[in-house]
Design a protein around this ligand. Structure first.
Ligand code: PEP
Ligand code: MG
Length: 573
């Protein structure tokens, strides 16, 4: 057996399967000419490569189930259309016949010309087109170089190895039935990681050089809990992991017996267990697991794997389907949180330091043309069920006031137009910037509820990029500064009489639930897959006793003994 590496495990599961190394690098194409009498054959070779690339893509398209979001399908359809486009097919053929260029070189020259044109344009939509051109050209080049054999392989059951993956890649590959993925970079709080957890894909991130250590087709064991990657496992190891997969299944069956039972602590405190959702399949899970509400609906995913931006009608139809699909379960829709690690094509975002730049509410207030359709759609969807609206990345009161003004104006507009809506919906804010936590008392006067976003709150407080695995060891939800900020927010909410929930990953981690409960948190929002585990742990806890322990802990945060107290509360060993 070979120990292949370890990184950060981001999903509880284990998977065993053959490695598939995802090649994303630009292919090296050198200038090359052919003999005049080969022009005909070269043209034919090029046409054949385009056909092969098209057939491969059509194969992927066919495997995507009907229920898949239309934007993912459109993304593939666009590329299929481009494979018929004269600019990518006829122009290279012309270059082959006029200059006797080899097909690869002719295609590369045309790619350079097109990319150069796009680069001179500022329009973000055209920038998306440039990426599409790159992608399609790459596919044809691979077909020409006959590298597409490996790409044609089925991804079903494979363990994907890549330098990094975007959230969009993750969604697409999930539909292709991958068993697990391993990346060289990325942190556990990145959106790709959050998505993998929510989709239940076992995954390990931050395994340096893994794409060079492992070979294509080699059998790999991925332990998403311990963050371990093994290759060529011996039979005893394979049996061990197969048993673990089995006992995880048994545990899941036991957990499912908790469905329908209210989440109540030992002494009878009722806790709200809510779901974080983003993809259509999460709605089904939320209903099945009988979550009390959806505490966070991330809407950025509407923007991925597509060209352009969704219009009001698309926003509306999507939200309406979600609200109706939830069948009376209340939902908190978060307004767009684009930027930072949720970059999508076709959207301006500052490049120097995206996490601190034009992101989330900042971007939305700057781009009303992009934002207003979403607000209109949310108010319209609210006519179909209980909806709340939530603002991400608030850092000052001005942002709240401007958002509220937009909501008021939008309501008036809809009223004047006679469009069905519910304008009277609660407006809450995410507390995920330290400034917002420190000013939570002031914010509480202007908002109807708070939701603590620990993923970002920890990133900003501890000054560590959540997607950078090099500083991941500093990511500490139990840092005294984080505990103080969380406590401040819960206190401010309690004093103002507004609900406080937590929707960062910390809320769904059974290790931290006793502490949060002791701090007075009563609403926990997490990916659906964590709901039953959280319930199991809540059923065994005593909120009164934990409150006493936690009060003492908070008083002693400056003393070294606080670590021992923390261990006791969180049962950390
Ligand atoms: C958070 O920051 O904790 C959060 C829930 O939002 P996101 O992970 O989408 O940034
Ligand atoms: Mg956040």
């Amino acid at each position: 057996m070979t120990y292949a590496g370890n990184g950060i495990g981001i999903t509880r599961g284990v998977a065993i399967g053959p490695a598939h190394i995802l090649q994303r690098d630009q292919l090296e194409i050198s200038p090359r000419t052919i003999e005049q009498d080969q022009v005909q054959a070269e043209t034919e070779r090029f046409r054949q490569a385009v056909n092969n690339a098209r057939e491969r893509l059509q194969g992927i398209r066919r495997k995507i189930p009907e229920s898949t979001r239309s934007d993912i399908i459109e993304f593939i359809d666009t590329h299929l259309l481009m494979m018929n486009d004269a600019a990518l097919v006829e122009v290279p053929i012309d270059l082959i016949s006029r200059h006797s260029y080899a097909a690869e070189w002719a295609l590369q020259l045309q790619r350079d010309a097109l990319v150069q044109v796009f680069n001179t344009m500022d329009d973000p939509y055209l920038r998306t087109r440039r990426d599409d051109v790159e992608h399609v050209v790459n596919q044809i080049q691979k077909a020409l170089l006959e590298l597409d054999e490996e790409a044609e392989e089925e991804l079903a059951g494979k363990v994907i190895l890549a330098q990094d993956l975007t959230p969009a890649d993750t969604i697409l590959m999930r539909h292709q039935g991958i068993a697990a993925f391993i990346t060289e970079f990325g942190g556990p709080m990145s959106h790709t990681a959050i998505l993998a957890r929510s989709l239940g894909i076992p995954a390990v991130v931050g395994v340096h050089s893994i794409t060079r250590i492992l070979r294509h087709g080699e059998q790999v064991v991925v332990d998403g809990e311990q963050g371990v990657v093994l290759a060529d496992a011996d039979p005893a190891t394979l049996t061990h992991y197969a048993r673990r997969m089995d006992s995880a299944e048994q545990r899941q069956i036991r957990l499912r017996s908790l469905i329908g039972q209210p989440a109540t602590t030992r002494e009878g405190t009722r806790i709200q267990l809510m779901a974080n959702i983003e993809l259509p399949e999460d709605i089904q899970a939320t209903r099945e697991l009988q979550a009390d509400a959806v505490g966070l609906y991330r809407t950025e995913f509407l923007y991925m794997n597509r060209e352009g931006t969704p219009d009001e009608e698309e926003h509306y139809q999507t939200y309406r389907q979600v609200v109706e699909g939830l069948d009376g379960i209340p939902i908190t829709i978060r307004t767009l949180d684009l930027g930072a690690d949720k970059q999508v094509d076709g959207c301006t975002a500052s490049s120097c330091n995206p996490a601190l730049g034009l992101r989330a509410i900042r971007l939305c207030l700057k781009e009303p043309k992009m934002f207003q359709p979403q607000i209109r759609a949310i108010l319209r969807a609210a006519a179909h069920g209980p909806v709340r609206i939530m603002i991400p990345m608030l850092s000052n009161l001005q942002e709240i006031r401007r958002l509220k003004q937009i909501v008021t104006d939008t309501r008036a507009q809809l009223e004047a137009e006679g469009v069905a809506h519910d304008g009277d919906i609660p407006i809450g804010g995410m507390i995920e910037v330290p400034a917002a936590a420190l000013a939570a008392d002031a914010f509480s006067r202007e908002l109807d509820f708070f939701s603590i976003g620990t993923n970002d709150l920890i990133q900003y407080t501890l000054a560590i990029d959540r997607v950078d695995d090099e500083v991941n060891y500093l990511y500490d939800p139990l840092h005294p500064s984080i505990l103080r900020l969380i406590q401040m927010v819960i206190e401010a909410g309690r004093k103002a009489g507004i609900p406080v929930s937590m929707c960062g990953e910390m809320a769904g981690d059974p290790r931290y639930i006793p502490l949060l409960l002791g701090m007075g948190l009563r609403e926990f929002s997490m990916q659906p897959g964590s709901l039953l585990l959280a319930k199991e742990s809540l059923l065994q806890l005593d909120a009164g006793k934990l409150a006493r322990q936690t009060r003492k802990l908070m008083k002693h945060l400056a003393d070294p003994q606080h670590e021992e107290m923390l261990r006791k509360i969180c049962h950390l060993h």
